[in-house]
Design a protein around this ligand. Structure first.
Ligand SMILES: *[C@@H]1O[C@H](CO)[C@@H](O)[C@H](O)[C@H]1NC(C)=O
Length: 349
């Protein structure tokens, strides 16, 4: 630094650089930027610059990780699903119900007057036509004992008359309640051109006798909370199974297990429909049964995902509930579409 001090003093005293140093004026006036001083810093590079680069790299990685890994609260309070105008176009959904004439005014009318209004197409499949309700007559004997035959006729009817009216097709019962918006939002991430089926996954009742059946491929969707098929799954089910394999959907009960067998035989994929936090979207029971864990043994045994109880049972965006009595349809209608509460802060319980 002697050079800097002396040059400064000289310039201050004489108003010009020392004789013979005129060419080095820049170096004398600004020695901190001179090659000399850079040389001094080169040794410091290893102690300051390189660690700084390493630390800033780690910091950037942590920030990116933080952006990619969303916290539980962020996932839980994700309001995307309630802003349809910002998302991709919603798929069209056809809803169909299995019913019989005596059931129309008892139960099915309450489905018709609540959630079924929100489907793009709604079909009530009955053993007899009723033009005022209206229902479609499938010319299948009434009663639970012929439920498989009726489901078979219904899928065939849909394939022949409505395949291009929707992207996804849900079969529901007269005691199923479907939140159609949540179903549509869930299905925006699925491709109707892929042969897939969706619902609440169950082990077949014979899995105990054959451990090999406890694999993904053998799972079926329990019928109560609704069975959803992509358009391609409907096409394969009807053209490759129902129309060509007499063993597919043979008459009797357990139409859900039988439909799954036909679907699996033509290569359709059963999809795990739980949310990012592992909570079910299709519920076998009314909410309180899941929340309080009032589970029957058959549910504990058959549920493919451990029969979770308490608030972790069910997604924030549930798609359906089963065993819903007619009056309770209106109750859920109120909870979901009409009830709100005044938020005091943004925290979620
Ligand atoms: C047809 O449906 C209407 C409306 O639900 C019902 O009142 C009527 O009894 C039904 N008719 C028959 C023949 O089942």
């Amino acid at each position: 630094m002697w050079q800097w001090t002396r040059a400064q003093k000289y310039i201050h005293a004489y108003g010009k650089p020392p004789v013979g140093h005129e060419g080095n004026i820049w170096q004398i006036t600004y020695p901190q930027y001179s090659i000399f001083s850079l040389n001094m810093r080169r040794s410091q590079i290893y102690f300051t610059v390189i660690p700084a680069i390493v630390i800033s790299n780690i910091a950037v990685q942590l920030v990116i990780q933080g952006l990619l890994t969303r916290s539980r609260e962020e996932i839980d309070t994700d309001q995307h699903a309630s802003r349809p105008e910002k998302g991709p176009p919603l798929p069209r959904v056809l809803c169909w119900l299995l019913t019989d004439p005596p059931d129309l005014d008892k139960r099915v009318i309450h489905v018709r007057d609540t959630w079924a209004r929100r489907c793009d197409v709604t079909l009530f499949m009955s053993s007899m036509e009723n033009k005022t309700f209206p229902t479609i007559g499938l010319r299948v004997p009434p009663g639970r004992g012929h439920i498989a035959k009726k489901a078979k006729a219904a899928w065939k009817y849909i394939y022949e008359h409505h395949l291009n009216d929707a992207d996804f097709f849900i079969k529901a019962d007269p005691d199923t309640y479907v939140i159609v918006e949540n179903l549509k939002h869930y299905l925006t991430s699925r491709d109707p051109k892929r042969a897939e089926f969706y619902g609440h996954q169950f082990y077949p009742s014979d899995w105990e006798f054959n451990a090999d059946t406890r694999i993904k491929k053998s799972l079926y969707m329990s019928g109560g909370p609704g069975l959803v098929l992509s358009r391609e799954a409907v096409r394969l089910l009807v053209t490759k199974a129902i129309n060509s394999d007499p063993k597919c959907l043979q008459d009797g009960e357990a139409e859900d297990m039988k439909t799954a067998k036909c679907l699996l035989s033509v290569g359709a994929e059963p999809v795990d429909t739980r949310d990012e936090l592992g909570r079910e979207r299709f519920m076998i029971f009314p909410p309180y049964v899941h929340l309080k864990g009032h589970y029957a043994d058959w549910y504990k045994k058959g549920d493919a995902h451990g029969a979770v109880e308490g608030f972790e049972c069910c997604s924030r965006y549930p798609i359906s509930f089963h065993y819903i009595k007619p009056d309770v349809m209106y109750e859920i209608e109120y909870y979901v579409y009409r009830m709100d509460y005044k938020r005091i802060n943004e925290e979620v319980d």
